[in-house]
Design a protein around this ligand. Structure first.
Ligand code: ZN
Length: 550
């Protein structure tokens, strides 16, 4: 796109606004990440104090982060909705709530539960992290729909979590919670535990951030991903009548889900590697090997041959304490060793030996400085976390407490040999038999392939596969192949995921079939989801809404 095309292109249909404040995770970019996760990229961002009426012209939707804007701005936003625009307000302040006809009760609750009655969502409701405001909408005769707020134990609080209001030709949805805070807290853990040790194991790991944090009742659900899906569903509900918003499907080549497969070297022998590679090639699976710096059996000729066969390779830094002070230098040395040994840089993802971590997201910041774009260190580990410890399967960028979004995607890893199977004497293991593990993991694959629309990443060390975990992983990849679920390496998926983020789909007139052929989407494995007027044989249901997949 050249400069004149940029000037002539219409404004993005969605404007994301946030207050310029020190509220955690409150930046317009941090909120916008929730939309990018959903394949919605026709988005521009701004701080509220830079807003002018002209910036609202030509928009279909405004997503307003937690804020209490000045009266003039509130009037612009209400006028925008009155004339047919969609408006979503997150945790509005006292003045804004009053202007919307809601009574702010100036109280609330820390953590709660959102009962979303949609296909693909857990019956127990989605856990809400962070503070949830109480509002009274009872006297407001414009309110058309409400979802109640439940407390963490699932009891109704008597207050709403979501309120839908009619405003002239438009619709306003008020969320009593902050979806950005909620998603980052679910995914990244408790910021009060940044740099703290809670697991009892040597070396800090991401699980140290999850002491007393994971929701037991929805541990086997990707709840942070579902918060994103629910927000997209709300966007469709407030969207103006005359157009629909297309979005990009989550998985490559129209797949229902994917399984990302990885393998930490951990000084496995050549025979160990060969057994895992043979199983992968038998069932059309590929994976990313994270190679150790010292004494890996992998040599250059073998790596180049395996690369041609679809395998992916990166580094596996060993960071014993003091981990943070040595991290930068160790990673630098390891990258240099990889280049010297294999004649190429490591691929864009990284996992540390013993999944060593530091701070809150400080490790991701270091990895970013060295050019990595995907981190696979967020491993579900007992006793702090099981199954979806990070509440997520889909990759999403890390964000710090100021709302600064890092250029590194968090790709959580749900299952590994030693965290899943019994008999290895590890306190962090689920201690399952191979059959129990196969039932659990294939069950979650099936759920992800349905309306839950999420994914998983797993890890099989070559040495573990060769000695005890083949009875788990072989049936899992066999199942995936039989159900057309791609099992792929991180690099291949990362290329798809970054391509998905780079495509900006604009709203299309209702009941038309737009032509996206100029975007060459299929070449990149991308598919468009176009909201459909009715359900029929050609539509796909997501969050209970029918879509045509283009
Ligand atoms: Zn390791």
């Amino acid at each position: 796109m050249n400069q004149s095309e940029i000037r002539n292109s219409p404004p993005a249909s969605i404007l994301v606004l946030a207050a310029n404040t020190d509220r955690w995770f409150s930046s317009p970019e941090a909120y916008a990440e929730l939309l990018y996760l959903e394949g919605i990229n026709d988005v521009e961002t701004a701080y509220l104090d830079a807003l002018t009426p002209a910036m609202l012209e030509g928009r279909s939707l405004v997503l307003l982060g937690a804020a209490d804007p000045e009266p003039e701005v509130v009037q612009w936003l209400i006028d925008f909705a009155y004339h047919g625009g969609g408006l979503i307000c997150c945790a509005p302040g006292e003045a804004l709530a009053a202007a919307l006809g809601l009574a702010p009760l100036n109280q609330g609750v820390m953590h709660g539960r959102l009962p979303v009655a949609l296909a693909g969502f857990p019956e127990a409701g989605l856990p809400l992290k962070g503070w949830i405001q109480h509002y009274s909408g009872a006297e407001n005769e414009d309110h058309t729909d409400t979802i109640p707020l439940h407390d963490f134990d699932g009891r109704p609080t008597g207050h709403p979590a979501v309120i839908e209001l009619a405003e002239g030709n438009g619709v306003i949805i008020v969320l009593a919670y902050d979806p950005a805070q909620c998603v980052y807290l679910l995914r990244q853990g408790n910021p009060l535990l940044a740099g703290c040790r809670s697991s009892g194991f040597e070396r800090m790991r991401p699980s140290d951030l999850f002491e007393g944090w994971q929701d037991e009742r929805t541990a086997d659900w990707p709840t942070a991903d579902l918060h994103g899906h629910f927000l997209r569903e709300l966007i469709h509900r407030v969207w103006p009548e005359d157009t629909v918003l297309p979005w990009l499907w989550y998985f490559p080549d129209r797949a229902d889900t994917v399984l990302i497969f990885t393998s930490d070297d951990d000084w496995s022998t050549r025979v160990h590697f060969e057994q895992l590679i043979e199983a992968c090639e038998t069932y059309d699976a590929r994976l990313t090997f994270y190679l150790v710096q010292k004494d890996s059996v992998m040599d250059r000729a073998w790596l180049e041959d395996l690369e041609c066969r679809g395998f992916d390779f990166s580094v596996h830094p060993d960071l014993p304490p003091p981990s943070l002070s040595l991290w930068d230098r160790t990673l630098n040395d390891h990258i240099q060793q990889f280049r010297d040994a294999y004649g190429q840089p490591p691929s864009p993802s990284v996992r540390n030996h013993c999944i060593t971590w530091s701070g809150y997201i400080e490790g991701a910041r270091i990895e970013a400085r060295h050019g990595f774009t995907f981190d696979t260190n967020c491993f579900s580990l007992l006793p702090q976390g099981r199954y979806y410890m990070n509440g997520a399967g889909l990759p999403m960028k890390f964000a710090d407490l100021t709302g600064d979004v890092l250029p590194v995607y968090q790709l959580p890893t749900q299952f590994s040999d030693e965290t899943t199977l019994g008999g290895q004497g590890f306190g962090w293991s689920l201690n399952l038999t191979p059959d129990e593990g196969v039932e659990l993991i294939t069950g979650l694959l099936q759920r992800n392939a349905g309306q839950t629309a999420s994914m998983m990443c797993v890890n099989a060390h070559p040495v573990s596969f060769a000695t005890y975990s083949a009875p788990l992983w072989t049936p899992v990849i066999q199942f995936a192949q039989a159900h057309s679920i791609p099992v792929c390496d991180v690099e291949r998926f990362s290329r798809f995921w970054q391509a998905r983020r780079a495509v900006r789909l604009q709203p299309v007139p209702k009941d038309t079939m737009p032509d996206f052929s100029h975007l060459n989407l299929a070449e990149q494995g991308l598919s468009v989801m176009l909201p459909a007027a009715r359900t029929d044989a050609g539509t796909r249901m997501v969050c209970g809404r029918p879509y045509v997949m283009v």
